[in-house]
Design a protein around this ligand. Structure first.
Ligand code: CMC
Length: 436
């Protein structure tokens, strides 16, 4: 970390001596005030629930400028990666810091391809779930269970273990998601096929049956690959921070990633794509575009508890660049499938137009996020709504593991242990039960 020329001085109105705090500069973005010695020097903590102003780590992976609406993976704009690179190149970039040349890409892709099968025992574990279990409940269990199968790679202090775990997780995630789907559909699991691309293989495992091969449609394959690229990483979001915090205790990588899956499930995070599509379907049932105005009134009424899902972001105070790319993909997929007049897409466009002109959204800088259009694309591809967040988890796995491995390799890494402002009872004595 690079020390800035200036320092921060913290002074107190009660006459306590002021203290100087070091300031560090990143390569771009806000400087940070180093408060690590604050407690030792003053006996005080800082208070920042929700991490509104707290950098929890240093990282060289992903950078977001929320005001500009800019997203960079290892310095490369997401628009260039989404249009010029595929998901395997993006994974290589996130994990190792550089875009692979043709031979490195072939080697990396081959490594991933040759780890896509899961232990045959995994299907017996899966059978313990009810058929109607939510795919994210299943995925949390299956990913955690991987740690019981790969005893040879659970030492996170060993860089080789970390690398092989990364490859295994990226490779096996599509297999596990497709297995969760097949199980809910009551169909046999389909084994991966090595001649297919990463996205093509996932489509095969989802939609082929032993009676009929699935012929991969290149437009759908490309769209799915783009969904993976757009969701691959997003710096210190809730699930990534969960993975880091979980992994900071030294637990094995599969357990840490399972924690990330669990966190992603919530509707304020990865669950928003499912919630967004459900919202669009509900408005459609209520009367469609004609009811948009009524729905918006509910959204603006703080007592209604209704939110415009797929809108708003903690970091982006401008159009989420991923939403623009996703909208483009949405148009391509709908056109390729002859669904140009898809009523949900039209409804989404109408909602977006109204929101972007409405003072409620404008004044709060609420713009569409990646989830606003991703559900429509996935639904058109034939992916059931309940599986949307699992697809997000599949794509985000590379980001989680890259961030976890970066943390373990950071000489300043410590177990995460937040402090608190205690507001409960001061010390008191237990009374005999008859006097309570
Ligand atoms: N609909 C209506 N009002 C909203 C929305 C929304 N989608 N999002 C934020 N607001 C309002 C919020 O009520 C608050 O109003 P006020 O200042 O009057 O109290 C103001 O905008 C600021 O919002 P916040 O909730 O304080 O902001 P936050 O940073 O804590 O929350 C968020 C960010 C993403 C959780 C929130 O915008 C949200 O719940 N959006 C809907 C869910 C969603 O689409 N999530 C996906 C995020 S992108 C994918 C991912 O990274 O997982």
């Amino acid at each position: 970390m690079k020390l800035a020329d200036n320092k921060a001085t913290l002074s107190f109105s009660n006459g306590s001596p002021s203290i100087d705090l070091p300031v560090y500069q990143g390569s771009v973005g806000p400087d940070v005030v180093d408060i690590r010695k604050l407690y030792a020097q003053t006996g005080m903590f800082t208070y920042d629930p929700g991490f509104m102003s707290t950098a929890s780590c240093q990282s060289a992976i992903t950078y977001i400028d929320g005001d500009k609406g800019e997203l960079l993976y290892r310095g490369y704009p997401i628009e260039q990666l989404a249009t010029q690179c595929d998901f395997m190149e993006t994974c290589h970039l996130l994990l190792y810091g550089n875009l692979p040349d043709a031979s490195a890409k072939a080697k990396f892709t081959s490594r991933v391809t040759h780890h896509t099968m899961v232990n045959e025992q995994m299907q017996f574990f899966l059978r313990g779930f009810r058929r109607d279990a939510h795919p994210m409940a299943i995925l949390t269990g299956l990913v955690g269970a991987l740690s019981a199968f790969y005893h040879d790679s659970t030492d996170i202090s060993n860089p080789e273990h970390r690398d092989i775990s990364a490859i295994r997780l990226i490779a096996k995630m599509p297999t596990l998601v497709a297995m969760a789907y097949k199980y809910s559909a009551g169909q046999p699991y389909m084994y991966p096929k090595n001649h297919l691309s990463y996205a093509g293989n996932f489509l095969h495992m989802m939609f082929a049956t032993p009676c009929e091969d699935y012929v991969v449609n290149p437009v759908i394959e490309h769209a799915l690959d783009r969904i993976f690229v757009l969701h691959a990483d997003h710096e210190q979001n809730a699930s990534t921070s969960t993975v880091r915090l979980c992994g900071s205790s030294g637990t094995n990588p599969f357990a840490a990633i399972a924690a990330g899956v669990a966190c992603l499930w919530g509707p304020a995070h990865g669950g928003a794509n499912e919630a967004c599509l459900t919202m669009l379907e509900d408005i459609q049932k209520m009367g469609g575009i004609a009811k948009v105005g009524h729905f918006m009134e509910q959204v603006k009424d703080k007592n209604s508890g209704v939110k415009l899902m797929g809108f708003g972001h903690r970091v982006y105070k401008n159009y989420d660049p991923r939403a623009k790319l996703m909208q483009e993909t949405c148009k391509e997929v709908l056109a390729a499938l002859g669904l140009e007049n898809d009523p949900l897409f039209k409804l989404a466009m109408a909602l977006e137009k109204i929101a972007l002109e409405d003072d409620y959204f404008v004044s709060r800088k609420l713009y569409p996020n990646v989830d606003f259009y991703s559900g429509i694309v996935q639904r058109a591809i034939g992916i059931p709504v309940s599986l949307f967040t699992a697809i997000f988890a599949l794509a985000r796995t590379v980001g989680w593991i890259a961030q976890l491995n970066e943390m373990i390799g950071d000489p300043e890494y410590k177990i995460g242990r937040p402090r608190q402002l205690f507001t409960g009872s001061v010390e008191r004595d237990v009374l005999p039960i008859s006097q309570r």
